[in-house]
Ligand binder design. Structure first.
Ligand code: GRF
Length: 189
């Protein structure tokens, strides 16, 4: 399976997926990183791993459709069959949703449908929930609303600092995302 990872930020999940592939735990190939932020740290990570990077500035496109058509043409050129979002801070539009129907997945740092959107870890922390976690789901036109593929829970005592909760959530993500990709998108096919 050839995947494109879409990311806008640090890229720790990008790195975890690449590391799982290198360790032989995940039988996929990262054909491409797609990044919408030229200054994002994830770009450097891709360069260090010799992974092809496509940086695209949405401001240079008049419409979401033309922006996504450009991305789609690069995905097709690279033989991408699955899109893996990892901290991509932009809603996917109908162009890519149609071209990659049921082939776009996302990871979200809460137990959806609780706490969609930005700063999910902070939202859950401030709500004082005693169970939170990580969700992997198919992407639809909404914000973190698509069908759920897998979830992993994290219990909180209420004594943790926000930074500790963030660290625990990210640790789960980095193990869970490669695991679910392998189980649901390699072994099932
Ligand atoms: C992760 O917490 C992911 O769940 C969310 O955005 C964050 C991306 O972090 N969608 P990173 O760029 O992979 O380090």
């Amino acid at each position: 399976k050839k995947i494109a990872i879409f990311a806008s930020g640090t890229g720790s999940n990008f790195q975890a997926i690449v590391d799982a592939i290198k360790a032989g735990c995940l039988q996929m190939e990262v054909a491409l990183l797609v990044c919408d932020k030229p200054e994002a740290l994830v770009i450097e990570k891709a360069e260090n791993e010799n992974i092809k990077t496509f940086v695209i500035n949405p401001k240079e496109y008049e419409t979401k459709a033309s922006f996504e058509q450009k991305i789609n043409s690069v995905l097709l050129e690279n033989g991408v069959d699955l899109i893996v979002l990892a901290g991509y801070m932009r809603l996917i539009g109908s162009t890519l949703l149609t071209a990659y129907k049921n082939k776009i997945i996302n990871i979200h740092p809460s137990l959806l449908p609780s706490f969609p959107g930005k700063d999910a870890i902070g939202q859950a922390f401030r709500a004082g929930v005693k169970i939170t976690g990580v969700t992997i789901h198919y992407v639809d036109e909404g914000m973190d609303t698509g069908p759920i593929i897998a979830q992993r829970a994290l219990e909180l005592s209420g004594e943790e600092l926000l930074s500790e909760v963030e660290q625990k959530i990210h640790e789960i993500e980095h193990v869970f995302y490669p695991e679910v990709l392998q189980k649901c998108f390699v072994e099932k096919n």
